[in-house]
Design a protein around this ligand. Structure first.
Ligand code: SF4
Length: 318
């Protein structure tokens, strides 16, 4: 874990919600994200991995301001995101989502879609807007003739390039990529990953990269955080984590089938027990019912995240 000044800091962020409504509301809240903290220096890529239901997409939505946090805060360059208005926040942080088809308005042209964030700022002259859109389309590998097309006239890879151009046209500091290649054919996935890596270098971007695909994360991330039931249980530089996973859950993940069908989540982590219900988090170490190394005390003692040698591990045996 890098100790340079942070471009983005997430401080003890939590999100609880109740399922059902009124008298049918569940008595116990679902703790979807349960005290996540990290700091990421500019130009780095934090890969966030975990099985479906671990809270990684809820975390992304809170960081983007699309979902309010129950507590905790997010800062970009030292400033709280929740103290900013939408326009200011949009200049600092932008998303790229999994499915470019549903995130692009089918009735708009590519040029209109990419210019929308500039138009929403309200102070960019029209001529400059066009120039910036065309420049961004060229950067993401789309020719000028694509500007007049609509999403249905584009391939999946081209649509994701449009979504990336739209995210980057305001030159944000942080880009939150939530499964950005999962809906694409394998051959196209590599092109989009390479494009994201190239844009990061050229524009000095910082990414949070959420994925269930460990091979993709290993390829693009400089640091990896492993989430389990709403918490980060291990975080380290990518090489360190992939060469020597320390937490029993990380070991199980790395030993699992690494590249499942797109969008299907990690199919089998070989732990026997299925993923627990986030509305019913086990006491003690939340991983203990599935942990092959669990001891008696793991049922009652909660491990704190310990940082040693630049690596965070949340396990009593660490
Ligand atoms: Fe396993 Fe115990 Fe460590 Fe939890 S604290 S990961 S149950 S060994």
């Amino acid at each position: 874990m890098n100790s340079s000044p942070a471009a983005i800091e997430v401080m003890n962020i939590r999100r609880e919600f109740r399922t059902g409504r009124g008298m049918f509301a569940s008595a116990r809240p679902v703790r979807a994200v349960d005290g996540v903290s990290f700091a990421l220096p500019a130009g780095q890529v934090l890969g966030i991995v975990g099985e479906s239901g671990c809270g990684k997409s809820t975390l992304a939505r809170m960081i983007l301001g699309l979902l309010p946090a129950s507590s905790g805060e997010v800062r970009v360059d030292g400033r709280r995101l929740d103290s900013m208005d939408r326009r200011e926040r949009a200049r600092l942080i932008q998303p790229v989502f999994q499915d470019p088809f549903s995130s692009l308005n089918p009735r708009r042209t590519v040029e209109e879609i990419v210019s929308l964030p500039l138009a929403a700022q309200g102070d960019v002259p029209r001529a400059q807007m066009r120039e910036r859109v065309m420049e961004m389309l060229a950067r993401v590998g789309l020719s000028a003739e694509m500007a007049g097309r609509q999403p249905a006239q584009l391939s999946g890879g081209q649509r994701q390039r449009v979504a990336i151009a739209r995210a980057l046209v305001l030159r944000p500091r942080i880009v939150v990529c939530d499964e950005p290649t999962s809906a694409l054919d394998v051959s196209v996935q590599a092109q989009i990953l390479n494009l994201l890596a190239e844009l990061r270098r050229e524009l000095g971007l910082t990414y949070l990269f959420i994925s269930h695909n460990l091979a993709v994360v290993e390829h693009i991330a400089t640091e990896v955080a492993v989430m389990y039931l709403g918490r980060i249980v291990e975080q380290a530089e990518t090489d360190t984590l992939f060469r020597g996973p320390s937490h029993p859950y990380t070991r199980a993940l790395l030993a699992s089938v690494l590249t499942p069908e797109p969008g299907k989540g990690i199919p089998d982590v070989g732990l026997g027990e299925s993923y627990p219900d986030p509305a019913n988090i086990p006491p003690g170490c939340r991983f203990h019912p599935r942990c092959p190394m669990a001891e008696n005390r793991c049922q009652s003692e909660s491990p704190e995240g310990l940082v040693r040698g630049g690596r965070l591990v949340e396990c009593l045996l660490a």
